[in-house]
Design a protein around this ligand. Structure first.
Ligand code: HAM
Length: 428
């Protein structure tokens, strides 16, 4: 029988996984400077949470959710995104009572039943950031700039940053009506999706990728020109802060995002290295969501990075770093059972001192063992044969310089650690 990972999912094998860990560590290090703390939430939630938060008329809710009933007949959904769960946890644990502003970071798999293609999966991974409790446009600008700094830290600078404002409850109806008025006449020429969105969610029409439809969009009224006073001021304040932070952005009237909770600022960061699925980050402000899910009115802003796409860009740029886990410090070559027992104790002590070790579990010629040590990129080979056992002294060989040392059992661990520290040029 042949099993493979389900369509739209994949295995992240050890070499790639080590790079993901490195990305996550770099991210956490930078985010701590902005005061973020990690939160972990379940990967499934009540279906209703996503229906309310993301919006019934969105593609995510209407076509892409993995929804099932559990044995207790509860409708549950594998999370298609993280923001709804974070707001649910924020309310459930009354985080607002302990901190006026919560800065939360999360990571993990998300699930959407989309048509798989390069950079688009049904199980994909996000690193997300949410700030709850702050209304200032400085937050929007700071966090957009943090996203760019993070990508730069990983070596990705060839980016397009798009921003827009989708307004609020006051001006969104006006934006919608202007859009409807503009498209009314061309409606019969638009695709089925656009016609459905015209009724349910006209702003989302702007996201249509159909070339024929796009022909009818030129000359559309720009939403940033129709904003109410409060949204207009927020948008110009955002621009002032982005300029101060020297962020290179473009205002994109067509940027509307695929989730209904956004108010005011929306943004995306795209890589010029990727094809059709080129958005690495997306997010925006969602000032109504906490209230809609049962809390006090609380302004909020956030975004998520798509890890799968981020990795693809690093690969394209040849920026995949060499990670220490590719290398082992000591490779033990043992010639018999007694020798292996001694090696077993030494390895245990070395590992407890933070060093990596490996050993031959089967009998093999010394030539084969050296080949194995080379393949595993061992820094030192430790040879333990009958002679070494008799003299209670191991032979250690530097795999690069081929220098050889004899180290006696007494002070052995200290001597081995010293030896390893002397060759510090290896990537960590
Ligand atoms: P989103 O734009 O749907 O936003 O997803 C964020 C990022 O996740 C995208 O820019 C992309 O890199 C990645 N992504 C999305 N779908 C897929 C897929 N099928 N395969 C691979 N990668 C994908 C959100 O999810 C919002 N919750 C972001 C947010 C946080 N807004 C406010 N706070």
């Amino acid at each position: 029988m042949n099993y493979t990972a389900p369509r739209g999912t994949r295995d992240i094998l050890p070499t790639e996984s080590a790079v993901w860990q490195w990305i996550e560590n770099q991210t956490i290090e930078l985010c701590q400077k902005y005061g973020f703390h990690e939160i972990r939430t379940p990967i499934f939630e009540q279906t209703d949470l996503f229906q309310r938060a993301v919006g019934e008329a969105t593609d995510i809710v209407s076509k892409e959710m993995y929804t099932f009933s559990d044995r207790g007949e509860r409708s549950l959904t594998l999370r298609p995104e993280g923001t709804a769960s974070i707001v649910r946890a924020y309310l459930q644990h009354q985080l607002a009572a302990t901190e006026k502003i919560s800065r939360l970071l999360y990571r993990g798999p998300m699930f959407r039943y989309e048509r798989p293609q390069a950079g688009r999966y049904r199980q994909f991974y996000q690193l997300g950031f949410e700030i709850l409790g702050a209304a200032s446009a400085l937050v929007d600008a700071e966090i957009i700039s943090m996203g760019i700094d993070l990508l730069a830290k990983l070596g990705i600078t060839d980016l397009t940053v798009s921003i827009n404002s989708v307004g609020c409850d006051v001006c969104r109806p006006v934006i919608r009506e202007q859009l409807r008025g503009f498209l009314q006449e061309s409606l019969p020429q638009l695709c089925d999706d656009c016609r459905y969105r015209f009724e349910k969610n006209p702003l989302r029409i702007l996201d249509c990728k159909n070339k024929t439809c796009q022909n009818y969009f030129s000359g559309l009224p720009s939403s940033t020109k129709i904003l109410c006073q409060s949204c207009g001021e927020h948008f110009s304040s955002l621009i002032t802060y982005l300029d101060l932070l020297k962020v290179n952005y473009a205002v994109d009237d067509f940027l509307v995002r695929g989730l209904d909770y956004y108010t005011k600022t929306v943004f995306e960061i795209r890589s010029n290295q990727l094809g059709a699925q080129n958005a690495i980050c997306g997010g925006g402000r969602y000032d109504n969501l906490v209230h809609e899910l049962g809390g006090q009115p609380t302004p909020a802003f956030g975004f998520a990075i798509g890890m799968d796409r981020l990795y693809m860009v690093l690969e394209q740029l040849n920026h995949i770093p060499t990670i220490k886990t590719d290398i082992i410090d000591f490779y033990f070559m043992t010639m018999g059972e007694k020798e292996r027992q001694w090696a077993c104790k030494i390895m245990h002590d070395l590992r407890n001192n933070g060093l990596s070790c490996d050993i031959n579990y089967d009998i093999a010629s010394i030539k084969t063992l050296f080949r194995d040590a080379e393949r595993k990129k061992a820094l030192f080979a430790i040879i333990i044969g009958e002679d070494e056992l008799d003299k209670q002294a191991i032979s250690v060989k530097n795999m690069k310089t081929r220098e050889q040392y004899n180290i006696h059992a007494e002070n052995m661990i200290i001597e081995l650690i010293k030896l390893r520290k002397e060759i510090n040029q290896v990537p960590i």
